[in-house]
Design a protein around this ligand. Structure first.
Ligand code: ATR
Length: 287
């Protein structure tokens, strides 16, 4: 890499930020495209997020991504919030406009949709209800993507039911019916579903397993896990054994980076097998 006076700058703010795979992702694309740019990990303490974001235009940054714990706090700092980010209640991408103002976007719903589209091009949103496990930030993005895809019924299943109720209320639209189901009823919520998505942290390395019985899930249903460490979670392995088509979470991570990259560096990028392999190497190196 060669840094010049014209090098375009972007990065990711988080606290901590060392675990983030975004630098590997964006620098892969920069190198692949031969763009004079660099993408930096930016460790920013929560108390200094406002100062750090306001400094972006002064430092010549095109923008940045945000990760834990900054995604919600940024809503009260940026100058403009894209409607989807407001609905989801979190910002993961910031674009510095030519006048130095900051625009906040959320590209997680885009990442989920593109990953699903890539893996299962013929997935049919009308094939049946979608069951979403979890009601955290990731679930909000997934529900927003499912609504956008015109899924008619979304069944939210979460350990803390009140959180699912809140999500359902905040994201509700006339085109979709969002119902809330107790965690204990997760097996029966699968009956006649067309899609199952795990957005909880269960099944992630060092977290408890996701215990769910797939017997009632129609074999035509697609099963998605947004966990990507490990890539093949117990849920995906069980679904694969039953004959379901399955989608792992790595693609969502890679696709969510595309809109930011395209805005900052002005070039369209793709999620290729080479990119997946490169990021997978960094995942195993960090474990
Ligand atoms: P993210 O922003 O990545 O979605 P989060 O907001 O911490 O992360 O959400 C984690 C999700 O995993 C939540 O739905 C959480 O359930 P609660 O809302 O009840 O906390 C779910 N989760 C985490 N540990 C769980 C467990 N042991 N059993 C069931 N659900 C769990």
């Amino acid at each position: 890499m060669r840094i010049t006076g014209r090098t375009r700058l972007a990065g990711i703010m988080g606290w901590p930020v060392a675990h983030s795979r975004s630098p590997a992702l964006h620098n892969f694309w920069l190198e692949e495209q031969g763009i004079d740019g660099v993408y930096m990990p930016l460790p920013v303490q929560p108390e200094q997020l406002g100062q750090a974001l306001r400094a972006l235009p002064a430092l010549g940054f095109r923008g940045c991504n945000l990760t834990i714990p900054h995604k919600q706090q940024a809503l009260s700092i940026v100058d403009r919030i894209e409607p989807l980010a407001r609905r989801i209640g979190a910002i993961n991408t910031i674009i510095v406009a030519p006048d130095g103002s900051l625009e906040g976007r959320n590209t997680d719903a885009f990442g989920f949709r593109e990953n699903l589209r890539d893996a299962i091009p013929d997935w049919n949103p009308s094939a049946g209800p979608a069951v979403v496990l979890g009601a955290g930030g990731a679930a909000r993005a997934v529900v927003a993507a499912l609504i956008e895809a015109r899924v008619e019924e979304i069944r939210l299943v979460n350990r803390t039911e009140a959180r699912a109720e809140l999500l359902a209320r905040e994201l509700t639209v006339p085109s979709a019916r969002i119902t809330v189901h107790p965690w204990i009823a997760r097996n029966s919520a699968l009956a006649d579903a067309g899609l199952l998505v795990n957005t909880t942290s269960l099944g992630m390395a060092d977290e408890p397993e996701l215990k769910i019985d797939l017997t009632q899930l129609p074999l035509s249903a697609v099963v998605v896990d947004i966990v990507y460490v490990p890539l093949e979670t117990t849920l995906l392995a069980a679904a694969r054994r039953r004959g379901h088509r399955v989608v792992d979470g790595l693609g969502m991570l890679l696709h969510q980076g595309r809109p930011g990259f395209e805005a900052w560096f002005g070039a369209p990028v793709r999620v290729t097998r080479e990119l997946r392999a490169a990021i997978l190497t960094t995942l195993s190196a960090h474990r």
